[in-house]
Design a binder for this molecule. Structure first.
Ligand SMILES: Cc1ncc(C[n+]2csc(CCOP(=O)(O)OP(=O)(O)O)c2C)c(N)n1
Ligand SMILES: [Mg+2]
Length: 325
């Protein structure tokens, strides 16, 4: 209001003098520039308003998750490697993100929201999800873990620059980077959301708790941490290594909005995350209760399946079970 009066009344008044005219011209150009910039910003923010390119129903997401699980088992058996238990644990979370929650465009790929797989060892599940979304050719899964393949044992940004936000594998880095990305969105007045997926054992890394402090300090309500809470880590149950519970109280005390849900049920997971979208002023953490090895009876809840691949006989059995889920 004050600047409007200045521009339209005071400065034109000064134009009665020669110096005043120059002064007026200078400020009027500045004024016009501000208006044009604000219009450009409005157009820009309008043009990045994206949707999920699939927006699938819960039933369809479950179907996609089954395909992903089948591909994980086939791929790990063929490659004689991979973290099968970790891959199968996170599958429903990834399917819910890529087929419903994340806002992005395909052909060409453009992201409004960002995803970081902080539990980088679960990359096999992620590649299979990207195949399901048509973002990686299915035949390329045959190259998994081979020399020079784009599909390395942990996500490498240089190999898949359009798909991998940041290379991960050393646990405890995804959330701190997510804090930086979410803060950048705010500073640049964009409304992208940042989703970070970690394991529960990963919470042993102190860097997560520093990021928790910063996320709350900067009021990053565009930051969503999903913890794949399968109660297992590398060789044992998390409670036997470092007991994290009550994890919800810990996050609440750090100033985060906390939601607890079933991370193997796309309907509950999506509804829970959507209910957080309008909450302002705090970052959000979703404690997604999951089963490690989910979908195949002999893999479920077994520490040994953290970093184990199915034999051809086990693959046959696994595929039979996945046909009847
Ligand atoms: C900094 C660091 N320390 C140790 C490891 C080795 N490591 C790989 S996976 C894993 C266990 C992770 O457990 P969790 O976070 O619960 O993931 P899950 O596989 O259960 O989903 C460990 C310790 C690592 N990758 N990075
Ligand atoms: Mg775990």
């Amino acid at each position: 209001m004050i600047s409007t009066v200045a521009y339209h009344v005071v400065i034109p008044f000064l134009t009665v003098t020669k110096k005043g005219q120059l002064f007026f011209l200078f400020f009027y150009i500045d004024y016009l520039e501000k208006i044009i910039n604000s219009i450009l910003k409005a157009i820009e923010s309008e043009s990045v308003a994206m949707r999920n390119p699939f927006a699938l129903s819960f039933e369809d997401i479950r179907f996609r998750a089954l395909n992903i699980r089948r591909n994980i088992c086939r791929m790990n058996c063929r490659a004689k490697g991979g973290h099968t238990g970790a891959d199968m644990s996170e599958t429903d979370i990834l399917a819910s993100l890529y087929f419903n929650l994340l806002r992005y465009e395909i052909n060409p790929i453009r992201w409004q929201d960002r995803f970081i797989l902080s539990k980088g060892h679960g990359v096999g599940g992620w590649y299979c999800c990207l195949v399901e979304a048509g973002l990686i050719p299915e035949a390329e899964l045959e190259t998994y873990l081979k020399d020079d393949s784009r599909l390395a044992g942990h996500p490498i940004r240089q190999k898949l620059p359009e798909l991998v936000t940041v290379s991960t594998g050393a646990l405890g880095h995804g959330l701190p980077i997510g804090v930086g990305l979410a803060l950048a969105e705010k500073k640049q007045k964009r409304d992208g959301r940042v989703f970070v997926l970690t394991g529960d054992g990963e919470m042993d890394e102190g860097s997560n708790w520093e990021a928790a402090l910063s996320g709350a300090q900067f009021q990053l309500d565009n930051l969503y941490l999903i913890i794949d809470k399968n109660r297992l880590q590398l060789g044992d149950f998390t409670k036997n290594i470092i007991n994290l519970d009550p994890l919800d109280e810990k996050w609440r005390s750090f100033g985060w909005e906390v939601a607890v849900t079933n991370g193997n049920d796309p309907k509950l997971l999506i509804e829970t995350i959507e209910s957080l979208f309008e909450m302002k002023g705090k970052p959000k953490v979703i404690l997604a209760n999951t089963i490690k090895g989910r979908g195949v009876s002999f893999m479920e809840n077994k520490p040994a399946w953290h970093h184990k691949y199915p034999s051809p006989e086990e693959l046959e059995q696994a595929l039979k079970e996945l046909d009847h889920v």
